[in-house]
Write a protein that binds this ligand. Structure first.
Ligand SMILES: Nc1nc2c(c(=O)[nH]1)N[C@H]1C(S)=C(S)[C@@H](COP(=O)(O)O)O[C@H]1N2
Ligand SMILES: [Mo]
Length: 390
C-alpha cells in the first residue's frame, strides 16, 4: 500500500526540485526546475505558459545574465519548433510598401549590438504590501544581455512609413488558447519606434535567442519595461490611429504619475501605459534575513540599473538613510545595462538594515519609501535587506 508518508519519502528521494524561500507573503516557497529547454536551474513560478524566475545569486556573479539563467515570461502558448529558414517578419499597415522579410533579408541591414536590461513591469510584485494579484515575482524577473540585431527604424524605412503614422504595433507567434482572448500585441509610439536604440534582435550574449526568450526574433526596447519586448516577432503594423487593443488600452496601465504610485485603497485615478523604467539597486550577496559572522567590514555588492538613463551612483546606508556611503561602480557597458556595485559597511554585532539606492544620469534617485499600485507595476523604491551580525 502506498501511504502518504511513502509518497512524501519518494518525492524527497527524487533528484528534482530544490526549494527556495522568496521571503514574502504566506506562501514564499518555490521549487526550482531544470526541466525547460535551454535553461539551467530556474525558480518555477508557473509551468504553462512558463514563468521562470532568475535566482538573485545569478546577478551576483555576472554583468550579463547567462542565457540559460535568463527569466522567462509568456502570456499564451507558443510554438516549440520554429524553422528559422521559413520564418517571415511581415511589415504592413500605414506604409508605402508592405514587406515580408526573411532572417537573411534582415541580416543585410546594418547590424547593431547593445547591452540592455529586460525587466518585467511586474518585477518584485510579490513584495508589494498590501499584496496584489498577478505573478508573485521576487526581484528576478529581469536580466541583462548584449542584444544583437538591426534597428527597427531601418526596417520601417524599408517599408516607408506614411505621413500620419502614430504607433507601431508588434505581435509574435504565440496565440491564446481560446479565440475570444485578445492576441498579445504591443504598440510603441511612432517617435519611440523610430529612435536609434530600438532593435529587432536575433542574438543574445553572442548566441541565437533561446526559444523561451523569443527565437528567432524579438523586439528590444532599451529603457522600457519588457512588456514591449515582443518575442517570436512576426508582425509589425504601422498604425494611423492609436492602438485600442486590449494589451494597450486595458492591460499594463499604471497610475499616471512619475512613480506609478497611489495610496492603497485610494480611488484608481488616471492611468497611463507603463513605459520607461526607474533606477534601481539590488543587493545580491546578502539575502534578506541573513545571519552573518562579525567582521570589521561587511562586503556589500549588487547590480543597479538606471532605468532609461545610465547609472550615475549607488550609495549604501545602514542608518535608515541618515548617512550614505558611495559604492564603487563596476564596468560601464552602456546606459541601458546593469552596472554592478560593491562597497563595505562597518556593522557591529546586532541587527541592521542595509539600504542600497541608485541615482541615474538624469539625477533621479530611488526613493526610500516603496511605491504601490493595484497591479504591482514599476516597483521603484529601495528594497531593505535585514541582517543580523554575530
Ligand atoms: N510574443 C510575446 N512576447 C512577449 C510576451 C508574451 O507573452 N508574448 N511577454 C512580454 C513580457 S510581459 C515580458 S516580462 C517579457 C519577458 O521576456 P523574457 O521571457 O525573454 O524574459 O516578454 C515580453 N514579450
Ligand atoms: Mo512582463
Amino acid at each position: 500500500m502506498l501511504t502518504r508518508r511513502a509518497l512524501i519519502a519518494s518525492a524527497l528521494a527524487a533528484p528534482a526540485a530544490a526549494q527556495v524561500d522568496l521571503g514574502f507573503g504566506d506562501n514564499p516557497l518555490r521549487s526550482t526546475t531544470r526541466a525547460f529547454p535551454q535553461k539551467g536551474e530556474m525558480i518555477l513560478q508557473r509551468s504553462t505558459p512558463p514563468l521562470l524566475e532568475t535566482p538573485i545569486s545569478v546577478f551576483d556573479a555576472h554583468d550579463f545574465t547567462p542565457n540559460d539563467r535568463f527569466f522567462v515570461r509568456w502570456h499564451y502558448p507558443f510554438p516549440t519548433e520554429i524553422d528559422p529558414a521559413r520564418h517571415r517578419l511581415r511589415v504592413d499597415g500605414h506604409v508605402g510598401k508592405p514587406l515580408s522579410l526573411s532572417l537573411a533579408a534582415l541580416a543585410r541591414l546594418p547590424r547593431v549590438a547593445l547591452a540592455a536590461v529586460n525587466q518585467c513591469a511586474g518585477n518584485g510584485r510579490g513584495m508589494f504590501a498590501p499584496r496584489v494579484p498577478g505573478a508573485q515575482w521576487s526581484n528576478g524577473a529581469m536580466g541583462n544581455a548584449l542584444w544583437e540585431g538591426v534597428r527597427l527604424k531601418d526596417v520601417l524605412a524599408l517599408a516607408g512609413v506614411n505621413a500620419g503614422a502614430v504607433a507601431v504595433r508588434c505581435g509574435g507567434l504565440d496565440a491564446p488558447l481560446v479565440e475570444a482572448a485578445p492576441d498579445f500585441a504591443k504598440s510603441l509610439p511612432i517617435d519611440q519606434a523610430l529612435s536609434d536604440d530600438v532593435l529587432i534582435a536575433w542574438g543574445m550574449n553572442g548566441a541565437p535567442l533561446p526559444l523561451l526568450n523569443g527565437f528567432p526574433l524579438r523586439l528590444v526596447v532599451p529603457g522600457w519595461y519588457s512588456t514591449y519586448w515582443v518575442k517570436m516577432l512576426d508582425h509589425i503594423e504601422v498604425l494611423a490611429k492609436p492602438d485600442e487593443g486590449f494589451w494597450m488600452a486595458k492591460a499594463y496601465r499604471a497610475p499616471a504619475n512619475a512613480l506609478a504610485d497611489i495610496a492603497p485603497g485610494a480611488p484608481a485615478g488616471p492611468v497611463q501605459p507603463v513605459s520607461a523604467m526607474r533606477p534601481r539597486a539590488l543587493v545580491t550577496n546578502i539575502v534578506d534575513g541573513a545571519k552573518l559572522p562579525p567582521r570589521g567590514l561587511t562586503p556589500i555588492q549588487g547590480v543597479a540599473l538606471g532605468g532609461d538613463q545610465g547609472v550615475k551612483a549607488v550609495e549604501l546606508s545602514a542608518d535608515s538613510g541618515a548617512s550614505w556611503l558611495p559604492a564603487q561602480l563596476g564596468p560601464d557597458h552602456g546606459r541601458y545595462s546593469f552596472r554592478r556595485f560593491r562597497g563595505a559597511l562597518a556593522l557591529a554585532p546586532g541587527k541592521h538594515v542595509i539600504l542600497a539606492r541608485a541615482t541615474n544620469a538624469a539625477g533621479v534617485t530611488q526613493p526610500l519609501v516603496q511605491n504601490w499600485n493595484p497591479s504591482g507595476y514599476n516597483r521603484a523604491g529601495v528594497d531593505p535587506v535585514r541582517v543580523e551580525i554575530g
